[in-house]
Design a protein around this ligand. Structure first.
Ligand code: UD1
Ligand code: CA
Length: 451
């Protein structure tokens, strides 16, 4: 199997950031990780050339199969590739990629690799409306590639060429090694240009294959925050169209963000401004109303998440209803046919089937059974300032509005709690418990009058 070299040693000055350029994120995944993931199916070894911020780059990249190669000084793309030479097999194809070109697709790299298998050397180019700043692909009258000329070294005629070098190439190890040795820094930047191997190979009659990429976004390089945002939009647009082609209804793909993986069954509908983070899984016929954030969660069939709700690291059953304005925090499980209403926060709790917490509540560290009704404004007092305690509400219980359940405490099966109670001790099954001052009326009392 083949090898990849990913160039990622550059500083990325124009990002104006303390973070290494290749660690900036698109779809919440680093630029470098995107490139690694795109190349991985095609190669069995990946060499990443690092220099600036090398420690943080190593630390934050999934590491197991990466060979890190240090480039102490950044003396050009040719110099960068040279550092990896000891790890390149003469007979295999070497894919050269850029850590700051994140949207490259495996299918495109496959085409490039296949072409290099037969010709020994293939380049990925793209047509650009405004090619300023890029290396131009120079061809002869038979359309054969002659060389690549950098912007800074190009003649007036060469600057007119709109076919540019994406930088991405596939080349047989022996050919790469031969011409890397011959590189010299005789150009306007005094660098070793990887692109100069093209002209040298052409002189030796090496036939250079090429593939013109259809999408500019796929090969766009990221140098500043404007380009980072363009890449994010292009990524999200692709993601949305991929999900739609698999059957997801997205009300407006321009107001949809998926920063991770989303799996779903038939007839799910995602309204506007929904953000998915991490890996999420939707059953069939799930409806997510506007302005929700859904993170690392699983949502069952026919469940409706109403507007402005936040769900994180939770499992929601089927036929449930969450929100509007609900906050479901990590390690929560909500059962089938259950309802969490507006301004309800649930943390690290399990709520079984057919139970309702409809209005203005905090449920933390709790275990709530089936067919429970928790009234408006009920609070589980789970924290004494030092430790957290559990509340248990058994099947069929009814907790009256504005009650406080001071944990640790258990509400019995089919128990009823009178509204406004502060419950500090376990309550028996099937009975009414309340803690409430007796109501009194002062008959002769008069309202004060203004003096
Ligand atoms: C390069 C190509 C140009 C192409 C463009 C596409 C050369 C000489 N030019 O130009 O034809 O159109 O990419 O974006 O190859 N890097 C290192 N070590 C170095 C130098 C660079 O790791 O010593 C890395 C950078 O971090 C970056 C990549 O290589 O990820 C490209 O380097 P950069 O200097 O940006 O090349 P360009 O001038 O953009
Ligand atoms: Ca660049």
């Amino acid at each position: 199997m083949n090898t990849a070299i990913i160039l990622a040693a550059g500083q990325g000055t124009r990002m104006n950031s303390q973070t290494a350029k290749v660690l900036h994120k698109v779809g919440n995944k680093s630029l470098l990780q995107h490139v690694i993931d795109a190349s991985r199916p095609l190669v069995n070894s990946i060499n990443v050339i690092i220099g600036h911020h090398s420690e943080s780059v190593k630390k934050t990249t999934s590491n197991d199969d990466i060979n890190w190669v240090n480039q102490k000084e950044q003396l050009g793309t040719g110099h960068a590739v040279k550092q990896a030479i000891p790890h390149i097999n003469d007979n295999l194809i070497c894919l050269i990629l850029y850590g700051d070109v994140p949207l490259i697709k495996t299918e495109t790299l496959q085409i490039l690799t296949d072409k290099a298998e037969s010709s020994g050397f293939s380049l990925l180019s793209v047509m650009m409306e405004n090619p300023f700043g890029y290396g131009r692909i120079i061809r002869d009258s038979n359309n054969s590639i002659l060389s690549i000329v950098e912007q800074k070294d190009a003649s007036k005629d060469e600057l007119q060429v709109r076919e540019i070098n994406t930088g991405i190439m596939a080349i047989r190890g022996s050919i790469l090694k031969k011409y890397l040795k011959e590189l010299e820094p005789n150009n306007s930047q005094g660098e070793l240009y990887l692109t100069d191997i093209v002209e040298k190979a052409v002189k030796d009659n090496v036939n250079i294959a090429s593939f013109i990429c259809e999408s500019v976004a796929e090969v766009m390089g990221i140098n500043d925050k404007n380009q980072l945002s363009q890449a994010e939009r292009a990524y999200q647009q692709n993601k949305a169209s991929d999900l739609m082609s698999k059957g997801l209804t997205i009300m407006d793909p321009k107001r949809f963000d998926c920063r991770g993986e989303l799996s779903f069954k038939d007839d799910c509908v995602i309204d506007v401004n929904v953000v998915f983070e991490g890996d999420n899984d939707l059953g069939k016929n799930v409806l997510i109303s506007p302005n929700c954030i859904i993170k690392a969660s699983k949502i069952g069939d026919n469940t409706h998440i109403l507007a402005n709700s936040i769900i994180e690291n939770a499992v929601i059953g089927s036929n449930a209803s969450i929100g509007p304005f609900a906050r479901i925090r990590p390690e929560t499980k909500i059962g089938n046919h259950s309802k969490i209403g507006n301004f309800v926060e649930v943390k690290k709790s399990s709520i079984e089937n057919n139970s309702k917490v409809s209005h203005l509540s905090y449920i933390g560290d709790s275990k709530i059974g089936n067919d429970v009704n928790v009234g408006a404004g009920v609070i589980t007092c789970n924290y004494d300032g030092i430790n957290k305690f559990q509340t248990e509400i058994k099947d069929g219980a009814f907790v009256g509005s504005n009650s406080q359940l001071v944990a640790p405490v258990t509400i019995g099966k089919n128990a009823t709690i009178g509204a406004g109670s502060t419950i500090t001790q376990n309550t028996p099954d099937g009975q009414l418990t309340l803690s409430r001052n007796k109501q009194s009326t002062i008959s002769k009392w008069k309202r004060p009058l203004k003096k």
